[in-house]
Design a protein around this ligand. Structure first.
Ligand SMILES: [Zn+2]
Length: 354
């Protein structure tokens, strides 16, 4: 690398700017705290493409196309976002002896020295477009972290523990995570986090909380939709046939089957049909099998006579009288209050609530 030169003198050599342009840019740089290349671009003296071109011609470091490389988000998060974003430094690979970074300014020696200090490793440079580097950094660094998610989920579980909500919906799209809760035909938004989370991060948070769950997952064009039915209550003994509506479906003793996928160490296996002699968790449609556990929202309201009486274990919602469903402190902002039920009830009684 030609360390004696900087972008300014290179552009002068190529007669792409004048001395007066350079002075103006240096002044602008001082006033606005930007880098020289950015100052020249913002003043309209040169285009970013021209700077990139000159740099790739002048320095020995390879010019790389960022679209072609794998972004290591863990590596990026190891460093201060200020150092990375302000200097447009994208760490891409690390070994025991060295770290490879992408930069748009191979003359930014101060920043590389700082990287050497922090990592105690030699720094290998590659060059690419500054705007792309910045875009990648910002998208990675704006992603949320697991601890925050664990705290939110912890509170969520407490909030809905005596309610009829039993399903959590995570919808990740456009850089936000929307968390909705569902149960007894009520769907409510719980919160929206203004950060990007991956489905994997949510699974990691649940793993850390030691929550086992049935789940459905859908890939959207611009994100994901991840629905879970957690198993929470250790003590809840399931007597079948049963309809569950309370948060935290009771855990089965021994082997069981389900028509959804399951995550956890329990003896629960996937099967689209009940297996004779075993407990069967049914989510996709109401199941008449003698050992079946149905969720309340699968009860066929239009053919109530078919099912007759069922055992319902869970909470029945009724609109909060204090706020008429708007949400207030008395109903924990849900707009509903919940009454515990563990009894045989007529399906028509349930459907009156739908
Ligand atoms: Zn209320």
């Amino acid at each position: 690398m030609n360390k004696r030169k900087n972008i300014g003198s290179l552009l002068l050599d190529y007669k792409m700017i004048t001395e007066a342009d350079l002075d103006e840019a240096l002044e602008f740089q001082k006033e606005n705290g930007v880098k020289l290349g950015q100052a020249l671009v913002q003043l309209g003296k040169v285009k970013q493409d021209e700077i990139d071109y000159i740099l790739s011609r002048q320095v020995d470091e390879p010019f790389i196309i960022l679209d072609d490389i794998n972004i290591d988000t863990t590596l990026i998060r190891k460093y201060s976002s200020e150092l990375l974003v302000n200097n447009r430094i994208l760490p891409i690979y690390e070994s025991d002896e060295s770290i490879t970074i992408v930069t748009d300014d191979p003359f930014n020696l101060k920043a590389f020295e700082k990287m050497r200090e922090i990592t105690k490793k030699s720094v290998n440079l590659t060059v690419s477009h500054g705007e792309k580097i910045e875009r990648i950094l910002k998208s990675v660094l704006s992603e949320g972290n697991k601890n925050k998610l664990v705290n939110i989920l912890d509170k969520l579980i407490k909030d809905i523990s005596n309610t009829s909500f039993y399903r959590l919906d995570f919808c990740g799209h456009s850089g936000v995570l929307e968390i909705n809760i569902f149960g007894f035909n009520l769907l409510q938004n719980y919160t929206v986090l203004a950060e990007k989370y991956s489905q994997y991060q949510i699974m990691q948070a649940l793993e850390e909380m030691d929550i086992h769950y049935f789940y459905n997952q859908y890939h959207l064009e611009n994100g994901f939709f991840f629905q879970i039915y957690p198993l929470i209550s250790e003590s809840a003994k399931i007597e079948v046939p049963v309809v569950l509506g309370s948060f935290g479906l009771g855990k089965a003793e021994g082997a069981a089957f389900t028509d959804l996928d399951f995550h956890g160490s329990e003896m629960i296996f996937r099967s689209d049909l009940p297996v004779k002699g075993y407990l069967y968790y049914s989510f996709n449609s109401f199941c008449y099998y003698e050992n079946s556990v149905n969720i309340v929202d699968n009860v066929p309201v239009n053919s109530a006579d078919d099912a007759g009486e069922i055992l319902y274990t869970g909470y029945i919602p009724s609109k909060c009288g204090s706020c008429d469903g708007e949400g207030c402190s008395k109903c924990n902002n849900f707009g509903y209050r919940f009454e515990k039920l563990n009894d045989n009830i007529k399906i028509s009684d349930i459907s009156a609530n739908f």
